[in-house]
Write a protein that binds this ligand. Structure first.
Ligand SMILES: [Zn+2]
Length: 691
């Protein structure tokens, strides 16, 4: 639950907003299918704009054709090649779900679940007719709270049904010993995407907070409160959330595992929470009542302990009511709630102009809730075993490239190199889908009960997560569902994960040559691998323990080199007045640069072995040029200014334009392939290089 430092390939801003909206991946705002388009390709010459000098703006040169062909759809905050493929996957998922939704006796148990959940989500007439009634028992439960002494049991119940009130508890690998699963308590309870939304003082942020307060008010009105009361209640919610936010670590601070690692034990933690009976809480939440645990946010829990004592219980109830409504306002409550939630989170914060069609949001919901039941059918239909084999081979080639790269580093000592290689060779590669599928047999999905299903899914997930505590780590478990168009590295598992949904055009294709595939998917494999050695990942050893394996001198040299990239990205003004955050984006930028470099040397090895003719052109470009163009074309993305702003402020990934141009400016090998002059915009006078 508190895997805060898993590093992925893609921008997760959208996801962060969804989680903040309490929608999880259940009702992703704003994604739509592109109109019927030509087949997706890894290297696509038709996207190139020859009127642009590749040495001046390689991103525009590689992507302008795609921009012209793909105007930003009204229901999108941003639209790029990842969304392009996600939309295609979604069409495939829809076919599966519509088939499973037909109630025939031959349906398997999993088909019954995914089919009936999809049908329940699509049945807006039934949802509208029921109104708030299915949530009434939960609202009544909050209403029945008389004094703060009843809070622990109530909060425990709300947490089991997925309500993000105050804090969270879940399972986590022990930072000191990654083979052990302990309980972990972390900060939570915010309705805006992250804590800085509550603290920034610029005019735009102040306006966003006012808009947020208005949104909370409108939700209370929809729930039946008179306007004046709703306004007061919204004010109370914001006051509580501001206090929680001020005690929450910034997203940059959360990137450093040292800031999150505060081992303690449950009984000791219990003594610190003088105003909250943790014993009652853990009993009701079915969390461990004793034993080792991690408190990932001591400052936050100190403030929580004070807040619940000095805040009138009526205000706490108001806050809980808001968090409950907020958690279910997506596809389970009547369309008025759904619409208002979209209006604030997708339209106001991200700039989308139209709400995404219902079937798309319901597909995302089933993928989020029952991803491995749906994924099992998806993989059987759309992921040929040969694709898995080719990806594994590429991963091995890139690992060998990294081995060679470590040997060649002039700044790292021999002793640290040995440990780096141990870690590299300890990385586990997971491709496509889990070897063992999740068992949903105890989860009941009832057709026509969208809200009840959502309650049961949360309870199932919560119980499943807590059941891991005290058991051996399951290294085969996946943090993304098979149809996901993304990838990630997990530092405590020391594994890289490439879901099946990602391993297809425009990112990878058995029909394309190595130059294109290495420039595109190869750079992603290198990216994930490099996360094991970025500013966060390098703090974990080969077994995933948070344990320093660097000599002081090597660490200093690493930090000096990384500082070059911090400065480089700090200098970029993404939207007027908003610069990128070099420290926040450092891990991703290191992974981008290192990953592309590794893909390049891996491909060099392959090309040499295969005697590839470097001068032979195909579609007008030689293999080296196609390698770089394929890299750039994976990042073609259109983004609304609102979304670009929120990405610059809070996403650990730099916007796609810089993931292309800034990275390539640091690689003289790129400039050589296009014969760029030293003075060209795409050539840095002082390139950064770590790995
Ligand atoms: Zn990443």
């Amino acid at each position: 639950m508190f895997r805060l430092i898993v590093s992925s390939t893609r921008c997760l801003t959208g996801l962060a907003v969804l989680l903040a909206a309490g929608l999880a991946v259940i009702s992703a705002p704003g994604q739509t299918a592109a109109p019927a388009a030509p087949p997706l390709r890894v290297f696509d010459p038709s996207l190139i704009d020859k009127t642009i000098d590749p040495c001046e703006n390689f991103y525009r040169f590689s992507c302008n054709g795609w921009f012209k062909r793909n105007p930003l759809p009204a229901d999108q905050a941003s639209y790029g090649r990842f969304t392009e493929l996600s939309e295609l996957n979604r069409l495939h998922l829809r076919q599966i779900l519509e088939g499973a939704a037909t109630p025939v006796v031959t349906r398997s148990a999993n088909e019954q679940k995914i089919g009936d959940e999809f049908a329940s989500c699509m049945d807006t007439a039934a949802i509208d007719k029921l109104g708030l009634a299915p949530l009434q028992p939960e609202l009544d439960r909050i209403g029945a709270l008389k004094t703060a002494t009843g809070l622990p049991a109530l909060l425990a119940h709300l947490h089991t049904i997925g309500v993000n009130a105050f804090f969270g508890v879940g399972s986590a690998q022990d930072y000191a010993d990654s083979s052990v699963v302990i309980s972990s308590y972390g900060s939570g309870g915010l309705g805006l995407p992250e804590r800085d939304y509550y603290t920034r003082t610029d005019a735009k942020s102040v306006e966003q907070r006012q808009q947020y307060e208005a949104h909370v008010r409108k939700i209370f009105v929809l729930a039946g409160e008179p306007e004046a009361q709703a306004a007061k209640d919204a004010e109370a919610v914001l006051a509580i959330e501001i206090r929680l936010a001020l005690a929450t670590l910034t997203i940059t601070e959360q990137r450093d595992p040292q800031n999150l690692n505060h081992p303690t034990d449950v009984l000791k933690f219990q003594k610190e929470l003088t105003n909250f009976s943790l014993a009652e809480y853990v009993a009701a939440a079915h969390a461990p009542a004793a034993g080792k645990m991690n408190d990932s946010a001591p400052k936050f829990f100190a403030e929580f302990n004070t807040l619940i004592a000095d805040t009138p219980v009526e205000k706490i109830k108001t806050y809980l009511r808001w968090q409950l409504l907020h958690a279910y306002a997506g596809t389970s409550l009547p369309s008025s709630f759904d619409q208002e939630s979209w209006n604030f989170y997708a339209h106001t914060l991200e700039g989308a102009e139209k709400q995404q069609e219902r079937w798309k949001r319901c597909t995302s919901r089933v993928d989020g809730e029952l991803g491995e039941a749906l994924g099992q059918v998806y993989v059987a239909r759309y992921f040929p075993p040969a694709e898995k084999q080719r990806t594994l081979e590429m991963t091995q080639a890139i690992e060998q490239a990294m081995d060679k790269d470590i040997d060649s580093l002039d700044w790292m000592s021999a002793a640290t190199k040995i440990r780096a290689k141990e870690k590299l060779h300890g990385v586990m590669n997971k491709v496509g889908y889990p070897d063992k599928w999740r068992d949903y047999s105890t989860l009941q999905i009832v057709r026509g009960d969208a809200l009840g299903n959502q309650l049961r899914v949360h309870a199932f997930d919560h119980a499943r997560d807590l059941a891991k505590i005290g058991k051996p780590v399951d290294k085969g478990e996946w943090g993304m569902t098979p149809p996901t168009v993304n990838a990630y590295y997990d530092p405590q598992m020391n594994n890289v994960n490439f879901p099946a949904g990602y391993l297809q055009p425009p990112f990878f294709s058995g029909k394309e040559d190595d130059a294109a595939n290495y420039g595109d998917m190869g750079s992603t494999i290198g990216h994930e691998l490099t996360h094991g050695f970025d500013d966060e990942g390098r703090q974990f050893d080969k077994d995933g323990n948070l344990k320093d394996w660097w000599s002081k001198e090597d660490e200093q040299k690493f930090t000096e080199r990384a500082e070059c990239m911090v400065k480089q990205y700090d200098a970029i003004e993404a939207v007027p007045g908003v610069h990128l955050n070099g420290k926040l984006t450092l891990g991703e930028n290191l992974a981008d640069l290192g990953g592309l470099w590794l893909a390049w040397i891996a491909w060099q090895g392959k090309a040499e072995a295969a005697h590839v003719d470097r001068t032979a052109t195909s579609d007008g470009y030689n293999p080296e040029q196609r390698f770089w163009i394929a890299y750039a074309q994976q990042w073609c993305t259109q983004t609304r200014p609102e979304q670009l702003r929120s990405q610059a402020e809070g996403d650990p990934h730099a916007p796609d334009e810089y993931r292309t141009n800034t990275i390539l400016q640091d690689l003289p090998e790129f400039a050589k392939s296009f014969s760029c002059k030293k003075t060209a915009a795409m050539v840095s006078a002082k390139p950064c290089r770590v790995w």
